[in-house]
Design a protein around this ligand. Structure first.
Ligand code: BES
Ligand code: MN
Ligand code: MN
Length: 457
């Protein structure tokens, strides 16, 4: 056991109890009721960075929630790693479906269960603790800068301006992010691609008021019926998206990458069993791994209107609403796709209704190189601590700031996440494996070590 592993072993309980304190803060960025808690989470992160030994630690105000910054510059000749993560979390709803209260963390033999456990508090906390380990054991091999934000789950609006204003302060050699998942604990992987996102809300209006569905029913367009038909028409019998031009810019992945992607140890049976489904679904001609990574999608995230309270009310509603997300792949642009969607959706609306489309936050897709020094260092680090070389994999989720780092700071990102798909992020009973938490704390310093060594040559 080396000094770092020894320090981790002795401080495991402390590391975990500090994470539990962070998980108790309901820093839900999308809901203003939690505003003070989001600020409180930023303060907590700041204080733990100070405790760990970071310099120039600051809770930087933005137009929205603050960005916590901190750094340790040991030697200008060494590479600098910019660590990014987010302290905000998704809402806990539906709360009834949690087995324990979302902000009262439960620690079992193998898991910590709470909202934000894996996305992303547990994962940013690994970085803060890995930094403490390196400081305490005198093994900090690279310069490090921390940038931890509070608006990731709502589109990172303040981040673009912050990067623009702080180009010098944020100068680095590479960005390191732990906010993704691995294939499994036995088969570690490094994410090398993320999907982009286009997100829209639609409103369909029929008559100017809710009507009696007997008096008017049959004679006036029902906006919910209309909306359902419109949405149904957005995909065809092969589950391809019907919006004209939608696929025009999609980069076709070569047979070699598709082949190696499908060689990844992925068990379709386990996947179905975990989700209680008897069959998977998706675009014809693609496997599940492909459908959830290299192909774009269109999903309804929510749909509402009319009467939904208990009992029956005979009503022909005036309005119907839905929220839709489209996951994008290289080289689709969220602005272009949102425009294509908007035009098409208005075009397919019958004259009996009015349609309004409101775009929400979007994000660019991203691909990160796997032939860089930093990737090599990450791969070597995981191989050393997991005993198995990680597989490069594309992820299906979105982290829009990855494209922003490249555009604004000219920086490439390493997506070395330690989560698992079974962590139930954004769902009830979100959890993070204690194995993953400690393994991350152990692996990060090894990444620093390899990056410094490889950069010397
Ligand atoms: N950490 C996730 C993204 C993620 C999870 C990527 C797992 C790959 C694997 C991030 O916090 C997230 O939820 N992003 C949002 C997008 C954002 C603009 C709201 C998403 O993917 O829905
Ligand atoms: Mn996240
Ligand atoms: Mn998330």
């Amino acid at each position: 056991m080396n000094v770092a592993q020894d320090y981790i072993e002795k401080n495991k309980a402390k590391f975990l109890s500090e994470l539990v304190e962070l998980l108790k803060i309901p820093s839900v960025s999308t809901d203003k009721t939690f505003k003070d808690d989001v600020f409180r989470a930023a303060e907590y992160i700041k204080n733990r960075l100070v405790d760990a030994g970071a310099d120039n630690v600051e809770v930087c105000p933005t137009g929205g929630y603050p960005i916590v910054y901190g750094e340790k510059i040991v030697d200008a000749a060494l590479p600098t790693i910019l660590i990014y993560g987010h302290y905000d979390v998704q809402p806990a709803d539906p709360i009834d479906l949690w087995d324990s209260p979302p902000f009262e963390p439960v620690v079992t033999d193998t898991l910590v269960i709470a909202r934000g456990a894996a996305d992303d508090k547990g994962q940013i906390y690994m970085h803060i603790k890995a930094f403490e380990v390196m400081m305490q054991t005198n093994t900090l091999a690279c310069n490090v800068k921390f940038m931890i934000e509070g608006e990731e789950e709502v589109g990172s609006d303040s981040l673009g301006p912050f990067l623009e204003k702080n180009k010098n302060r944020l100068s680095a050699d590479v960005v390191l992010v732990s906010d993704t998942a691995m294939l499994s604990n036995e088969n570690p992987s490094i994410t090398m691609g993320l999907r982009g996102l286009s997100y829209v809300e639609v409103e369909v209006t029929g008559p100017n008021r809710d009507l009696h569905s007997g008096i008017y029913g049959g004679g006036v367009a029902n906006p919910i019926n209309v909306l359902a038909k419109m949405i149904a028409s957005l995909t065809d019998s092969e589950n391809r998206i019907t919006i004209p031009g939608f696929y025009d810019k999609v980069v076709t992945i070569g047979d070699a990458e598709r082949k190696s992607m499908n060689e990844a140890p992925f068990d379709l049976h386990e996947y179905q069993e975990d989700l209680d489904i008897t069959e998977v679904h998706g675009e014809k001609g693609y496997t599940t791994l492909e459908r959830t990574s290299i192909r774009p999608t269109l999903d309804v995230n929510g749909i509402w209107g009319g009467y939904t309270a208990p009992g029956a009310k005979t009503v022909l509603p005036s309005k119907a609403y839905a929220k839709l997300s489209m996951r994008l792949v290289p080289n689709q642009s969220p602005d272009e796709i949102t425009a294509l969607f908007t035009n098409h959706f208005k075009k397919i609306a019958p004259a009996s209704v009015k349609v309004k489309v409101t775009p929400h936050h979007g994000g660019e897709p991203a691909v990160t190189p796997i032939d860089s020094v930093a990737y090599k260092a990450a791969s070597m680090a995981m191989e050393e601590t997991f005993g198995k070389k990680p597989i490069p994999m594309r992820g299906g989720g979105s982290i829009p700031i990855v494209a922003l780092f490249e555009k604004t700071l000219g920086l490439k990102t390493i997506l070395m996440g330690f989560g698992l798909d079974s962590n139930k992020i954004h769902s009830p009973n979100e959890n993070y494996g204690l194995f993953n938490f400690y393994k991350g704390i152990e692996t990060i310093p090894v990444f620093f070590k390899h990056l410094a060594a490889l950069s010397k040559k």
